[in-house]
Design a protein around this ligand. Structure first.
Ligand SMILES: CC(C)(COP(=O)(O)OP(=O)(O)OC[C@H]1O[C@@H](n2cnc3c(N)ncnc32)[C@H](O)[C@@H]1OP(=O)(O)O)[C@@H](O)C(=O)NCCC(=O)NCCS
Length: 207
């Protein structure tokens, strides 16, 4: 089978997605395998105020966090693995990260994502997450992708809703974040509901 092409731009394929400079000033967000050089930067990002405000952050030392990250995979086809992560880059600069925790028995995955604080609000999350969801549905046989988001995390909820995730419930006072109990919104997206991005401009505008 040939590689699936995205309509509207001949020759483009998600299959070989790399960070590519398309034209002056327009760059594509790329998902790259996580490497040890990323561990410390990711550790610092998860402690940034915009992330800590909306997410329960395990109290880990850098050494403990590095040990955890050293076990993740960036290959969705790796058998027996359940904990996956990639970095997102623009122009070779790390700007964010995406992750997937797979329930192997139930055949679904839970999304995680963050954009470093200094790069937030530029449309990166809104491109990176659907790019990742498309990758997951193409490279795995998972039936569904879920995400749990703090009720007041408007940017994250906007991203999930834009890609067609359905709000399936409210987990009341579910997480303890910075000493307060907060509602979490539970989102789900079925494989049959996923509509991949239709054209390359959709992925590249906004940076
Ligand atoms: C959530 C996060 C990934 C969003 O990434 P981003 O690059 O800042 O988001 P974007 O600029 O692509 O904006 C995405 C959407 O949110 C909206 N948005 C952005 N900031 C917003 C804000 N402060 N309030 C309300 N909406 C906001 C945008 O308008 C856009 O919506 P649209 O597509 O309908 O126009 C990023 O803010 C982040 O990493 N936060 C900390 C970690 C986190 O909470 N991760 C999610 C865990 S569930």
């Amino acid at each position: 089978m040939g590689k699936r092409k995205i309509s509207g731009k001949r020759g483009f394929s998600f299959e070989n997605m790399k960070e590519t400079k398309l034209k002056k000033g327009v760059r594509l967000v790329a998902l790259v395998p996580i490497q040890p050089k990323h561990f410390a930067i990711l550790y610092s990002w998860r402690l940034e105020p915009n992330t800590a405000r909306h997410n329960p952050t395990a109290n880990l030392t850098l050494a403990q966090y590095k040990t955890r990250l050293s076990k993740v995979s960036s290959n969705l086809k790796e058998r027996g693995k359940w904990d996956f992560r990639w970095m997102s880059e623009i122009g070779g600069v790390a700007v964010g990260s995406v992750s997937l925790d797979v329930n192997l028995q139930q055949n679904y995955g839970e999304l995680g994502y963050l954009v470093s604080q200094k790069h937030q609000g530029r449309g990166i999350g809104g491109k990176m997450v659907p790019l990742f969801v498309d990758k997951v549905f193409r490279e795995s046989k998972l039936d569904r992708i879920v995400a749990t988001v703090s009720e007041k995390n408007a940017a994250s909820r906007a991203i999930l809703e834009r890609i067609g995730s359905v709000q399936e419930g409210v987990l009341r006072n579910h997480f303890l974040i910075q000493g307060k109990r907060v509602n979490q919104i539970f989102y789900g997206l079925l494989r049959s509901e996923w509509r991949p991005p239709g054209c390359i401009g959709w992925l590249t505008s906004g940076f």
